[in-house]
Structures are given as C-alpha cells and as structure tokens.
Write a protein that binds this ligand. Structure first.
Ligand code: ZN
Length: 223
C-alpha cells in the first residue's frame, strides 16, 4: 500500500505508462481505490418484457418506462446484478440514491422487475424483493391505483421494511418481526441512514413517516 502522498507524487512525476506497469491500472482519482461500481445501464423496455406488471390502460406506456440494470450489495456481502423498471423521469434521482447506497454498501436482498413475480406484490414482498414499476391497485385497498403504476415509487427490502395497512395488517406477514424500528437489522431503512438521506436529497418522500407506515416505500410525489 503506497501512501496518499507517494501516490500524488507518482501521479505528477511519473508517466502513466510507467505507473500502469508498476501498480496496475491508474485509479480514476488519486487515493480512490478501484473496485466494484454501480455500473448502471439504462435501456428501453417492451410490453412483452413487462409481462403481467403492465397492461393496456395503465397510466404510463412502456415507452415512458426504462429498465435500469445496476449492481447492488447483497445480504451476503457480495455484489449482485439488479434490475429495476422505473418511469423515465425517475432514472436520474434513483441512480443517485442507489449510487449512494452502493457506495455505503447498503445491503439489498434482490432487485428484480415485477414481471418475475407475475405482477404480484404479495409474492414480491414475501421474497424481500426491491422493485419500482408495477401497474396495480394499492395493496390492501383495491379501489386506489398504487403510485407504483406510474413507476416513480420504489419499495426497498420489503421484509425488513414492512407495510402496515390502515387496518393494521402487516405485509409481508413475516415483516411483523421488523416492526420494532428501534432494533436495527441488516437492510432495515431508518431515519437518517444512507437511503432516507439520499431520497430526501432528490426530493422523494418516505412512507415510513405515514400514520399507516410503509417502511419500504419511497415516491416522487409522497403517495
Ligand atoms: Zn410501495
């Protein structure tokens, strides 16, 4: 390990080719070690790829959605490839948030598009999945369209961050073990942590503050 000072000296005095031969690839900035990165790629997504998470009549067409492929840290301490379907306008704020989460090594269990769960929020929550777009009614209130239908709401680590509906029912049921929010747990979202801080920075609001708390939920418009 060379010191920061030595690295700064080398960077200024030694040609890059010599550095490369001596120490391997030159880091992007002096003192910043190279390692795994978010490595995000944003592409279009088709109706076919959206599967049962979308159908004609949904408020946002596939053309208004994007598939974001990016890395995340897992509960096993390793880097995993994740996929998140979001509204076009939500790409930038969410890349910031998940970028900060990645830097902080905030663990995320899994990140799969809702098509992998046939659009079933219940199944996805049970699997502790992190997702955004899903054209569906509010879980526990079939009369209202969920903000996830617009693709600018995201649920993170659904088991460790359960949702309590207005009747006091907990989703997923096993999430009841995480209702004591004073007891920190891996993947739990808490006030002032990297997730809530980054979300606040991009102006997204947290369902964890609601009267019927939805600890997994963040959205652009607070719904
Ligand atoms: Zn949600």
């Amino acid at each position: 390990m060379i010191t920061l000072r030595a690295r700064a000296f080398l960077a200024s005095a030694v040609p890059a080719a010599v550095l490369l031969a001596t120490f391997g690839p030159v880091p992007p900035a002096a003192g910043v070690p190279q390692g795994p990165s978010l490595d995000a790629r944003v592409t279009a997504v088709s109706a076919r790829e959206l599967g049962r998470s979308w159908h004609p009549g949904c408020p946002v067409a596939p053309a208004g959605l994007r598939l974001v492929r990016m890395n995340h840290w897992g509960f096993d301490g390793r880097v995993h490839a994740g996929e998140l379907v979001v509204r076009k306008q939500a790409v930038r704020p969410l890349l910031y948030v998940f970028g900060r989460a990645f830097e902080a090594r905030f663990p995320i269990r899994r990140m799969r598009p809702m098509a992998a769960y046939g659009g079933s929020d219940t199944a996805a929550m049970k699997a502790d999945n992190t997702s955004a777009f899903n054209c569906r009614a509010v879980t526990g209130d079939a009369s209202r369209l969920s903000q996830h239908s617009y693709g600018d709401a995201v649920d993170i680590n659904t088991l460790e961050n359960p949702y309590v509906d207005r009747n006091g029912r907990v989703y997923p049921a096993a999430g009841a073990a995480f209702l004591d929010r004073r007891r920190a747990a891996k993947g739990m979202i808490r006030s002032g942590d990297v997730i809530t801080t980054a979300m606040r920075r991009v102006g997204w609001q947290w369902g964890g503050r609601w009267r019927s708390p939805d600890y997994q939920h963040f959205s652009a418009n607070g719904r």
